[in-house]
Ligand binder design. Structure first.
Ligand SMILES: [Mg+2]
Length: 407
């Protein structure tokens, strides 16, 4: 018998996260005078239009003179690609902090698989809500998230949910959501295909689904006919594919607006080191370079790093290095004030699994710190990440609400 068992996931746990009017939103974030106004980033041609400008019919790729004709009050600002790349990196840091399964699609959108995160992280809807809040608070940008059982539906959902929205497609009502939508919501249907279909009276996804596939391919071609037929019937088995293994592993913590003492920052740092090194040990990776990223109330940022002579995944040496980096940065932090985020990443990673030049310490050679790491990891693997916290983090508000034992 060559029958394959195929268990369809019934849970909507794929997120499509897409920044709204990305370049224009960065411009509005950085210049309060532009907020609420019709803005385009570009010059000559429109690269991105704010929602206020879109309301006048201004669209990406439109010549500037045409956009000005539609919207006489239009403000055109020159594109600042450095600022956009930095904002993109900041947003992807939030994505990677949400789940290890991130598939970047472009500078401002990604798929995230949150299915395996377990109950500690919450439901996909709770995770998506937190993701949106984090992007708003940490990067200062609006983002729309679609949540669904498949990548295709998640992307459709984010498109429908825009701007600044969150939309979950209930797995039990997928076709009810999909079929009334206009055909150009289908992946791969541009203006030309939509026109061809429209000429035959086909305007909704449901109408595409009802078509004879042979007729459909005769109109739009074989490849795209097959794809449209599958999508209109809600068939999409693609998984979220992560890019090459990352060269660094990191995490970050928002600090809110209250001014933090040095001791409070130290506790947060300990938690970050704990979280990141545990992830490294789980992935059998070791790293040498400790980087701290700081964000301030005015969205300015600073980065400081330091390297160890040897790669390690042990908490103690990496924590000592992180503390030294924090020490060196402290006068700068104190001077700027308004620290709103601290991020930690460990770079220059090597695999421990493939003997890539790292001597694995034998169990009896392990330091007390490594034995403690292994013991803590074992408990957390069994009971969840929040089941144990190191003594130093107990009682700080960084851990407020986190139970000491699984409920
Ligand atoms: Mg976008």
């Amino acid at each position: 018998m060559c029958e394959r068992m195929f268990v369809k996931s019934r849970t909507a746990s794929i997120l499509h996260a897409d920044l709204d009017s990305f370049y224009a939103s960065v411009e509005q974030r950085d210049d309060p005078a532009l907020r609420g106004r019709p803005v385009v980033a570009g010059g000559g041609v429109v690269l991105a239009a704010s929602y206020e400008a879109k309301r006048f019919g201004v669209r990406t790729a439109m010549p500037e003179y045409a956009a000005r004709r539609l919207c006489p009050d239009l403000i055109v600002v020159p594109a600042r690609f450095d600022a956009y790349s930095q904002a993109s990196r900041d947003v992807f840091a939030v994505f990677h902090d949400t789940t290890p399964l991130v598939e970047g699609i472009s500078i401002d959108e990604a798929f995230l698989d949150v299915g395996g995160l377990g109950r500690i992280s919450g439901t996909p809807l709770e995770i998506a809500t937190k993701l949106r809040r984090d992007v708003r608070e940490l990067v200062g940008l609006p983002i729309t998230v679609g949540v669904a059982r498949t990548k295709f539906l998640a992307k459709v959902a984010s498109g429908v949910g825009k701007p600044d929205g969150l939309l979950l497609v209930d797995p039990d009502h997928e076709l009810e959501f999909l079929h009334p939508l206009p055909v150009d919501r289908l992946w791969g249907v541009g203006a030309i295909t939509a026109d061809k279909l429209g000429a035959r009276g086909i305007r909704t996804v449901g109408e595409v689904a009802a078509m004879d596939p042979a007729v459909l391919t005769s109109i739009v071609g074989t490849a795209s006919g097959r794809q449209l037929h599958a999508l209109a019937h809600n068939v999409d088995a693609r998984r979220v594919e992560t890019a090459r293994r990352r060269g660094s592993i990191g995490s970050q913590q928002a600090l809110g607006r209250r001014r933090r003492t040095r001791d409070e920052i130290d506790v947060i740092l300990l938690r970050l080191v704990d979280r990141v090194t545990r992830r490294m040990r789980r992935a059998d990776r070791a790293g040498r370079t400790v980087t701290l990223r700081f964000r301030f109330q005015d969205f300015s940022r600073a980065t400081r790093s330091s390297s160890l002579p040897q790669p390690t995944s042990a908490t103690e040496p990496l924590l000592a290095t992180a503390r030294a980096v924090l020490d060196n940065a402290w006068s700068m932090i104190d001077e700027r004030g308004g620290l709103t985020l601290i991020g930690l990443s460990i770079g220059n990673l090597v695999d421990l699994g493939d003997g890539a030049g790292v001597q694995m310490a034998l169990p009896f050679e392990r330091s007390a710190s490594e034995v403690l790491d292994a013991a803590l990891d074992a408990v957390r693997d069994r009971f969840g990440a929040a089941s144990l916290t190191r003594a130093a983090t107990v009682g700080s508000d960084a851990d407020a609400g986190v139970p000491m034992l699984p409920d």
